[in-house]
Design a protein. Structure first.
Length: 217
């Protein structure tokens, strides 16, 4: 049976929002990456797995968890090819995750944000549903059709951004702005800030990879 896994990493974590996510879903495995430790200590939460090089984690938080659950901590060298978030994602996939939610993957470091968005492709290639989630955004990557129900959408706006140079055969129904068999090319903001107008909205495509970002102000 595929696992429902949560990754808490070291970007911005809105404490009330993140605690709500921890409480409202049943998680089979919670993985903490590097300075995600700071949030876990503040929230009083004990992850199942803690990994990273811990170069940005608070030393007191790291000491706190080393004293309580040393068997759950996996330390990696600072000089490595993968980011700590990438290590956490790869661990979740190896352990049989069918669905992964990543918290703390956004924030002020845009290089980290973009890198984390690129990691969605690793999950997609492993046929694992994955999203980046914060208090204002849900970010997913797709290469096949997706239906978003109006009563289950994350925010008011739905933006579609091509990850490949082109997304061909794009058809949108149930949106304020609909297209049929359209080619959405990179280098344009054409797909930003659409809105759902029907009970459900459907995204269909023939080729390419698309970022789907649901946002609220």
């Amino acid at each position: 049976m595929k696992k429902n896994s949560l990754i808490i990493t070291g970007g911005h974590t809105d404490l009330p929002f993140t605690k709500k996510q921890l409480q409202e879903e049943v998680w089979d495995c919670v993985i903490c990456a590097d300075s995600g430790l700071d949030f876990c200590r503040e929230a009083g939460f004990l992850p199942d797995v803690i990994l990273g090089d811990f170069d940005s984690a608070d030393p007191d938080a790291l000491r706190f968890f080393r004293e309580r659950c040393p068997e759950r901590i996996f330390t990696f060298p600072a000089q490595k090819d993968e980011t700590d978030t990438e290590l956490a994602l790869q661990y979740a996939i190896r352990e049989g995750a069918g669905r992964i939610t990543v918290l703390g993957a956004t924030g002020t470091r845009l290089d980290h944000v973009l890198g984390n968005i690129h990691l969605l492709k690793q999950a997609m290639d492993a046929d694992t549903d994955c999203c980046i989630l914060d208090a204002h955004n849900r970010i997913r990557m797709i290469r096949r059709s997706l239906v978003i129900r109006r009563d289950g959408q994350f925010g008011r706006y739905v933006s579609l951004i091509p990850f490949t140079p082109e997304v061909r055969g794009l058809t949108l129904t149930g949106f304020a702005y609909e297209v049929r068999d359209f080619t959405l090319a990179s280098g344009s903001a054409r797909g930003v800030s659409n809105e759902i107008r029907e009970d459900e909205a459907r995204i269909e495509m023939k080729s390419g990879i698309l970022l789907v970002i649901e946002s609220r102000d």
